[in-house]
Design a protein around this ligand. Structure first.
Ligand code: ADP
Length: 231
């Protein structure tokens, strides 16, 4: 049965220290994120937003507290690689494409964690690139693409293994306003169409306004921002 939780992430007293505890990026964060939500994460620079995404994506390990993904601890060690590749799609501010690989190859890279053969991998990557409007840029290197196109390749790559969760860290931070709007529209459309859970770090209030919920980070904890107009 699908009682297996609509809660995607649950954090209880989540802590993350750096430099032997000298820096406390998370000091006891508590929150829940439900399946299919679009959650914006805002807060000043240095408030722990990227750290939080790294914990959610198993890119780094918490120092303390609990962090559950669909009712189980977020995997660590060898299992974390499969989790990162198959359950989570990542979109970063600086795209993180491999410079010597074409768009088509970049999109296929996460698929090596999956079971598809070479022909199916290629076909899926073509479909994903077409879906983000880049069917005519398959064999281009990142250096031959505009910033907006690079980020659209990164969006296609984030969907490579059909993850349920998208983690986006300032995904439009390196784009001009027109490309930023297009890339954001694309991410929001993909999230809605596929019923994904989207957690998006931004400093832009207009972007946050499009989310269903906003979490505000400060002093290493997470607060829920009340919707406008709530008494
Ligand atoms: P934000 O994304 O909100 O700007 P970060 O999560 O990047 O915040 O950083 C939170 C705090 O943790 C900051 O004080 C930052 O300097 C520190 N920090 C982040 N990553 C590291 C790291 N790898 N080593 C040491 N300190 C770090």
């Amino acid at each position: 049965m699908e009682s297996a939780v609509s809660t995607v992430f649950e954090a209880v007293d989540l802590r993350k220290d750096y430099e032997n505890g000298r820096i406390q990026a998370l000091r006891g964060a508590n929150f829940r994120i439900e399946a299919g939500e679009f959650v914006a994460v805002i807060g000043r620079s240095g408030s722990g937003k990227s750290t939080l995404l790294q914990m959610l994506g198993a890119l780094d390990r918490p120092s303390g507290g609990l962090l559950r993904y669909r009712g189980q601890p977020v995997p660590e060690g060898r299992k974390a690689a499969a989790y990162r590749a198959c359950d989570i799609g990542f979109i970063f501010q600086s795209f993180h494409l491999l410079p010597t690989f074409t768009a088509l190859e970049n999109v296929q890279i996460p698929m090596f964690e999956g079971r598809l053969g070479a022909r199916d991998r290629r076909a899926r990557a073509v479909k994903l690139l077409e879906a983000v409007g880049l069917g005519h840029r398959l064999d281009h290197l990142p250096s031959q693409l505009s910033g907006g196109e690079r980020q659209r390749v990164a969006v296609a790559r984030s969907l490579a293994n059909g993850p349920g969760v998208l983690l986006a860290d300032e995904p439009t931070g390196n784009l001009d306003s027109e490309n930023a709007r297009e890339v954001l529209d694309l991410i929001v459309r993909v999230q809605a169409e596929q019923g994904m859970t989207l957690i998006l770090v931004t400093h832009d209030p207009e972007i946050a306004a499009r989310a269903g919920r906003t979490l505000v980070m400060g002093d290493g904890v997470v607060r829920e921002r009340q919707p406008e107009g709530v008494l």
